[in-house]
Design a protein around this ligand. Structure first.
Ligand code: GCB
Length: 597
């Protein structure tokens, strides 16, 4: 049995990497494939009869094209390219790793089915050694299926339009982008290699205990060593291991702190694992950045390193013009520059795990992440869905378990927890998360009322979304303070746990002005925020209200509906990442909350 390792592919003295990012040939497969048919589907046989265009990887494919047939395609598309490998790789194990493919992927190397994966926004990896050629070009074909069903995470359904066209329907409020939206990387190892590594840190005074659990695949191992380097590269702890689990002690430890809580937020050490064979040859080396911090929570607080945290942040999306959800390095740096400019300390990866490159930035900058799996708006509960939902959590936790920035798991956004059957479902989902990682609190982001919800009893932190003076009582700003306070109190009173507001906000068309303020105007967004701030300040005095996250960081694209003008406009920033006037207001509040204004 192999490990479940999904370590990020890093070059090292023992590992080579090669990227397959760039232009791929792309075509629509003119078939509609349902969930079950997809398992037997093989669109390689369609070869030759499609229109082929160039498609960049990484990117969602939908908005690159000028054709609605591409944007709105439901079913399978085909990506193809060739690659050559250096001869030096011919005696290595060669791995192929996708950062994510939305939604389902079938990968063929030299026409042989190599790996399949379902559920977007999560990486997968396969040993492709046996399929490769070293003296000529290799072909890779990826079939991508964006069809959502009642059992996919997230759910969707297909509708037949009067025109005969099949359309993908979904209730979640962001565009169902698809494609190879994160990097594709080839890398090598020996047959004995480091498959997985789990680190947990505990602190006592100025000393930290770093517990490690290393998973090695292969039999050639004779010696295992572990060591820790500080930011300057000095070795500060090391040992030759007796077993695959153990501890290293760090004296005078530099802790990982959130942004604006310390002059050096986001301090990272590097954990190095090395595997040697009997001839003392280095077979594998893996360097993992990690932070030392300890989380704790009770019925009124959430703490990092024993200090209570008040979240000031956002719900966000991976979303931008043209690329959709495609990884875009300039964009993600810009986003984190804006996050620091505005003085936020956190965000939720609404409504799916974000690219590992984004998580790296959060680790380095001290931005706290509520890491959310792709279960959004779950409407109908069934066993297959539950299994897929749990798998998405397993894969997310395997990927992100070592990240100091990840301070909470979100098991779902706005599930229909008013239904009786949601009780057993969320009991099992939360138990699953706890079994995988007990070191972080678990939340579910709810939109139903505290009194009707069935999930709160299982959670550590109660999160809720509420659109006062928007979906409820649009235009009536005066309802915000009493209503929000009532609802937050109802959650706390029912479960006696910390409460967090994970979404509030108003759609705002940049440049639209009305005095007195009127919905959709910049003035209205400002007034709505200000009233919420009043409510938050009152709630904070009650001692169990632990944070505010505005919806949304930036405007983003959605499916076409008459409630959305060019997408969801609740951003504090435009989709091009320029501030609306609310950004300046929020900036004053977040810096004041940080105690720096
Ligand atoms: C919500 C959802 C979010 C939507 C938002 C809205 O409650 O969680 O995905 O975008 O409301 O603006 O309607």
């Amino acid at each position: 049995v192999g490990g479940s390792g999904i370590l990020y592919p890093r070059s090292s003295i023992t590992r080579d990497t090669q990227t397959l990012d760039g232009f791929w040939e792309f075509s629509l497969c003119n078939c509609t494939v349902s969930g079950e048919e997809w398992n037997d589907y093989d669109c390689l046989k369609d070869d030759g009869d499609e229109d082929v265009e160039l498609m960049p990887v990484p990117s969602s494919y939908n908005d690159v094209s000028v054709n609605a047939t591409v944007r709105d395609h439901v079913g399978v598309v085909k990506y193809r390219r060739s690659f050559v490998l250096p001869a030096s790789w011919s005696n290595k194990t060669v791995w192929l790793r996708f950062g994510s493919v939305c939604y389902a992927a079938k990968v063929y190397i030299n026409r042989q089915l190599t790996v399949t994966h379902e559920i977007g926004h999560l990486p997968f990896v396969a040993d492709i050694t046996q399929f490769l050629k070293f003296d000529e070009e290799n072909e890779i074909v990826v079939l991508v299926n964006n069809t959502l069903t009642v059992s996919t995470v997230p759910q969707g359904s297909k509708v037949l339009l009067p025109s005969g066209r099949i359309k993908q329907d979904y209730t979640f409020d962001f565009f169902n982008y698809a494609g190879i939206d994160r990097s594709v990387i080839l890398y090598t190892t020996e047959t004995t290699y480091i498959d997985d590594l789990t680190l947990t840190t505990t602190i006592s005074g100025t000393t930290a205990v770093v517990a490690y659990d290393v998973y090695i695949e292969g039999n050639d191992i004779s010696t295992l060593t572990v060591s820790i380097r500080d930011r300057e590269g000095h070795v500060v702890a090391s040992e030759e291991c007796d077993s695959f689990t153990g501890t290293l002690i760090l004296q005078n430890v530099t802790l990982w702190w959130p942004y604006l809580m310390d002059p050096t937020p986001g301090y990272l050490y590097t954990f190095r694992v090395e595997v040697f064979n009997a001839a003392d040859q280095l077979l594998d080396r893996y360097d993992l950045p990690f932070g030392v911090r300890e989380l704790s929570w009770d019925n009124s607080t959430f703490k990092i390193n024993s200090k209570p945290i008040y979240f000031r942040g956002f719900g966000r999306h991976e979303d931008s013009d043209i690329r959709g959800k495609g990884l875009d390095l300039p964009l993600i740096i810009r986003d984190h520059n804006l996050i620091r400019w505005i003085g936020a300390n956190s965000y939720r990866t609404s409504h799916y795990p974000y690219a590992e490159e984004i998580m790296d930035l959060a680790d380095q900058l001290g931005i706290m992440i509520i890491d959310e799996c792709p279960a959004v708006n779950t409407e109908y509960f069934n066993q297959e869905l539950l299994e897929n939902h749990k798998r998405s959590l397993t894969e997310m936790i395997n990927r992100d378990k070592n990240r100091p920035s990840v301070v909470m798991w979100s098991a779902a956004n706005e599930p229909r927890t008013q239904y009786n059957e949601s009780e057993a479902y969320y009991k099992e989902v939360v138990a699953h998360v706890k079994a995988l990682d007990a070191s972080r609190p678990v939340t579910v982001v709810n939109s139903v009322n505290a009194t009707t919800d069935h999930s709160g009893q299982f959670l550590d932190i109660l999160s809720f979304n509420k659109y006062n003076a928007w979906y409820e009582n649009p235009g009536d700003l005066d309802v915000i303070v009493p209503d929000l306070i009532n609802e937050a109190e109802a959650w706390h009173q029912r479960h006696n746990k910390p409460v967090l507001l994970t979404e509030y906000g108003a759609d705002t068309l940049e440049g639209l002005h009305f005095l007195p303020s009127y919905i959709w105007s910049e003035e209205y967004q400002n007034d709505l925020l200000s009233r919420h701030f009043e409510a938050f300040d009152q709630l904070r005095r009650e001692g169990w209200f632990i944070g505010e996250m505005i919806w949304n960081f930036a405007d983003f694209k959605t499916a076409q509906t008459y409630t959305r003008v060019g997408g969801n406009k609740k951003g504090i920033f435009t989709r091009q990442r320029q501030p609306k006037s609310s950004a300046h207001l929020l900036r004053r509040r977040y810096w004041a909350l940080a105690g720096l204004l």
